[in-house]
Design a protein around this ligand. Structure first.
Ligand SMILES: [Fe+2]
Ligand SMILES: [Fe+2]
Length: 529
């Protein structure tokens, strides 16, 4: 197709027989020729060959629902052929569903249609299934079994477990093994290397989310797989060791006009990053220890709430996506400039329960609804609406932390000025650590490399240093003061390296300052020049 060039009908080739039809704006196809003028848009006149961007403009016009176009006869024939196949598929005895496309091939329009149209919803659901299967790979069940056997070997006797206890334990074991296998499948994905890619993935998600909110609030949503597909798309774009890039992409993208959407997408990305890292941390605790200490089965049960397989990541993502929809309903679109008093003077404290009501109405998992209700509750009892000190949902510890972090780092109506990520983490560690699950905070730091100022870290070039400042070039990167060589010899004069300027050097590990000081003496001296 010739880009934006307007072609007229008489220029078309003889085999391009076109038929006039009227279609829903959501069913327009690239290459259709307009058979009417479109209001307000001078270049969308009768005779224009539609490009992708034309179609997306038309779809955003509230005044337009249907469009008259001339469509190639051969395309109409093909479509009819497909329709027939579908009918056969439904009446036939074995209607095997073989999706051809994965999630990356779905476009925004198809996803939007899926919220109300059962056929599109089915297509999205298959694309989700197919994408997850692709990430997991063919050897998935084998890997789950191997992991499950390895865990069993690490456990103290489980023979005293009988009846329902034994069944429950076996179920937990399977869940944990699946979570480990899923997270390691993600590390085999080709990861996004540039923050621009993260931004563009999110940009299309933003428009879908807006549409999703409108339908939920108007009680017009019939299917929810479109929302799941946003999360699966995100999971599919996470590789290994690119948490820092994802975070900086999310940050750059999120300082936008529509606060509830931008913030929710940000909370969703951060939550999934944490879930992934937390699962890895539990894996190390259970399976990757150097000594051969056995683990009590009850410990496995306790840590299993911190292991996330894809299904639970999707539920966590849904909680993040919907957690502030009550704000959208009551206040419409709010921006970082919305006057804080407008919000404070009102019934803002009701929004967790309102949001969870919407989540209930569209039939999400009960723990999704519960996490939404709890997303402003803190473990020290200082949150709202109820001031509880214990969460009912396993998704809440991650959601509450991601929520608080987002409040600190994004432009928003609740704070005067956002903080750089590392300063925000310093603030949380210093002043608010009792509000959060410490494993969650640590998983975030590890997964995103937002190491707080004052941390001792090991670098990929073997040296050991102190995080001394935030890079002025990229606020998600640090300046490191080199102090020791890898064999803990003190460097004669400490030098500084800006990780934003040296992308090859990465933080590989955060060190325990107490253990380090036992080897090299008092560390306090290094905090000053
Ligand atoms: Fe909220
Ligand atoms: Fe929020």
């Amino acid at each position: 197709m010739e880009g934006e060039v307007t072609k007229n009908l008489d220029e078309t080739l003889p085999d391009e027989i076109r038929v006039p039809i009227t279609v829903s704006k959501f069913l327009l196809r690239e290459g259709d020729v307009l058979d009417q003028n479109v209001l307000y848009y001078n270049n969308l006149k009768k005779g224009k060959v539609l490009t992708k961007s034309d179609i997306s403009i038309i779809q955003q016009l509230d005044e337009v629902t249907e469009v008259k176009v001339l469509r190639l006869k051969k395309i109409i024939d093909e479509e009819e052929e497909k329709e027939k196949e579908k009918t056969i598929e439904v009446v036939g005895p074995v209607a095997e569903e073989k999706p051809k496309e994965d999630i990356t091939k779905l476009n925004d329009v198809e996803v939007k249609m899926g919220f109300t149209d059962s056929e599109s919803d089915r297509k999205i659901s298959l694309a989700i299934k197919k994408t997850i299967e692709k990430i997991r790979g063919e050897d998935y069940q084998e890997r789950v079994n191997t992991i499950s056997n390895n865990i069993t070997e690490k456990l103290t006797e489980t023979s005293e477990l009988v009846g329902s206890q034994k069944l429950e334990f076996e179920k937990k074991l399977e869940e944990v093994a699946r979570g480990f296998a899923d997270v390691f499948s993600m590390s085999r994905l080709k990861s996004l290397k540039k923050k621009e890619d993260v931004i563009s993935t999110n940009f299309s998600n933003k428009s879908i989310t807006n549409y999703f909110y409108d339908l939920v609030i108007a009680d017009k949503l019939s299917f929810i797989n479109g929302a799941r597909s946003i999360i699966v798309k995100l999971i599919n774009s996470f590789g290994d060791d690119n948490g820092g890039i994802i975070l900086s992409g999310l940050l750059q993208y999120s300082d936008m006009d529509d606060y509830v959407v931008s913030h929710s997408m940000f909370v969703m990305g951060v939550s999934i990053l944490i879930a992934k890292e937390l699962t890895k941390m539990v894996y190390e605790k259970v399976l990757n220890q150097k000594d051969n200490t056995k683990i009590n089965p009850s410990i496995l049960k306790a840590v299993s709430t911190k292991v996330y397989d894809f299904e639970s990541m999707i539920n966590l993502g849904l909680a993040a996506l919907l957690h502030d929809i009550g704000i959208r309903k009551n206040y419409g679109i709010i921006t970082p400039d919305t006057k804080i008093t407008d919000i404070r003077n009102s019934k803002i404290q009701l929004h967790p329960s309102e949001s969870s009501f919407f989540a209930q109405r569209i039939n999400t998992d009960v723990f999704v609804q519960r996490a939404i209700y709890e997303h402003h509750e803190y473990l020290d009892g200082s949150g709202y609406p109820r001031g509880i000190m214990r969460y009912m949902s396993r998704f809440s510890p991650i959601l509450t932390f991601a929520e608080r972090f987002s409040e600190l780092v994004l432009n928003n109506p609740f704070i005067p000025k956002p903080l750089p990520p590392a300063i925000a983490i310093n603030h949380i560690l210093k002043n608010e650590i009792n509000k959060f699950d410490k494993d969650v905070v640590f998983a975030f730091i590890r997964g995103t490399s937002v190491y707080p100022i004052g941390s001792w870290v090991e670098l990929s070039n073997g040296t050991i240093g102190l995080v001394s400042n935030i890079s002025p070039k990229d606020k998600s990167k640090q300046i490191i003061k080199y102090v020791f060589t890898s064999d803990l010899k003190k460097l004669s004069s400490p030098t500084y390296i800006d990780l934003a300027e040296n992308p090859d050097v990465k933080i590989t590990r955060i060190l325990n300052p107490i253990e380090l000081s036992m080897k090299v003496g008092d560390l306090r001296v290094y905090y000053f020049d």
